[in-house]
Each structure stands twice: as C-alpha cells, then as structure tokens.
Design a protein around this ligand. Sequence first.
Ligand SMILES: [Fe+2]
Length: 297
Amino acid sequence: MTETTTEAYNTGLAAQEGEATAKGSGNAATDRFKTAQVSADTTPERARAIYDDLFAAFRDIINKHQITYEEYNVLKSWLISVGEYGEWPLWLDVFVEHDIEEANYNRHEYSGTKGSIEGPYYIPNSPKIAWDAEMPMRDQDREVTPLIFQGRVTDLEGNAIEGATVELWHADDDGLYSQFAPGIPEWNLRATIVPNENGEYAVKTIQPEPYQIPSDGPTGWFIKSYDGHPWRPAHLHLKVTAPGYRLITTQLYFKGGEWVETDVATAVKPELILDPKKNEETGNNEVVYDFKLDKED
Ligand SMILES: [Fe+2]
C-alpha cells in the first residue's frame, strides 16, 4: 500500500469516527464481550481432533510458504497487539465468523432466510416498537435518505407466527453505531420490532452508509499488510425469531452499493441484497423483505 492510500484511510477514519480510535472501539467491543457468559460442551476428544487438524493446517502453511523466523516474530508481536488493543472480537468477527456462520447453516437442512455474521456491534434488549413505528433516531440536522423497510415474518409456508420479533440495528449515515461511537444517543437506530397479527412490519428508518472497520490498530495493520481495504458495504443487521423457531441472525445489503462485491468481512450473499425504490410522492426509499423462519431443531 502506498503512503497516500494509508493517509487516505487514516483521514477517512478520523473524519468518520470523530474522537473515536481503533483502540477505543476495540476495547469497548472486548469489554462488552467479557460480560457475556460463554461456554461450549466440547468434549476432550473433540477438542483434541480440532487441535490436531489446526496444527496440521499450520504445518502445511509453514512448509508451503517457508515461513521465516522474521515473519514468525512479526506474528507473535501482532498477536500481542491484537489483545492489547482489545481487537479480538473485531478481527475474529471480520475474518472468521462468516465461515462459522456458513458451517452452522449448512449443518442443518434449513430452507428459511439465510443468515450472515452478527459482527461486534450488537446490543441485546433494544426498545420494543410497534410494527409500523419509526426507529429510535436522533433529530437529523443534515440530509438523510429515509427508508421504509417492510415485509412479513412467516413460517416456511407463509403463515404468520405468533410472538415473532425483528431486532434491527444499523449504522447511521456516517457509518457509526450508537454505543460504539461518542455523541450518539444510546438506542439510536436500534429497536425490536413487533410484527402485527399478519406477520407484517413496516418501519421507518434511514439509509445507512458504508463504513470502515477501525483501521488504526492491529486489524488495520493486518489489512494493510496485504494491500486490502477496510470497508464494509452499507447494511442492516437483523435478528429475527419466534418461540419454537430458529433465530436468524443476518444482514441485508443494498444493490449496486459500494463495497458490496468486495466486503472486507466477505459476509454478502446474493439472497440478502435489497433493491429499494424511491417513492416519488413521499421522497422515501421503500423496500420489501420477507423473512421465513425454519422450525427449531
Ligand atoms: Fe455492521
């Protein structure tokens, strides 16, 4: 990567994040994750089998690429920095989670709406809003593109499901998330939508913008080491579920949007691309997306 490009990244980040830094938002994501109680029922046999394959893969890569001692030391130093900057949730969610998500979808014979990665910016228990309400959002002192996001939540046969909920969270028109960037109201652009008795929802929000993942820390150094870019296409994050049905964690993207083809997190799927149309009377962008839920296993 040239110096100019690096500078452009840094300038873009500074403009986007205000006083936020990679270390700041990385640590915020790590601190939140540490409060979650995590465990897995992995047996010692399964753990051993996974480690055996992991080290076999390491061995293959080391031999194939003749990894040098200098590169090994850079790796050690970088791993230490990822921890110090609190960027493990960020790095893993950007570069590893999409494979975990894919493997878990393929393991079952699901045919409902496809999932995608959760990413590091989810906050549970967002305020509940009615099926046709407006997302919590701050007063706009600038021009934004209103978006009417509507559709139905049903079972695989198209029947409305009792107790369904649609959690929606997304970045604002600067590509920033509430609770992860300074100066944004706590629940800005975060809500739990309750569909009506027909499974319908039709909420008003704003069109999000693409954003760069924090790139002034070790995740950014990693990306720069292979001349990559740190951009994610504009997207909506969703968790859709109902009692007795599989929870779908997914993202929806916008047709023709920047970075859709080259998402740094490789989380875009063709089934998850929206194509909003402008309603000339209201000036709003409008789009319909239906969620189909598989039964829980
Ligand atoms: Fe996101």
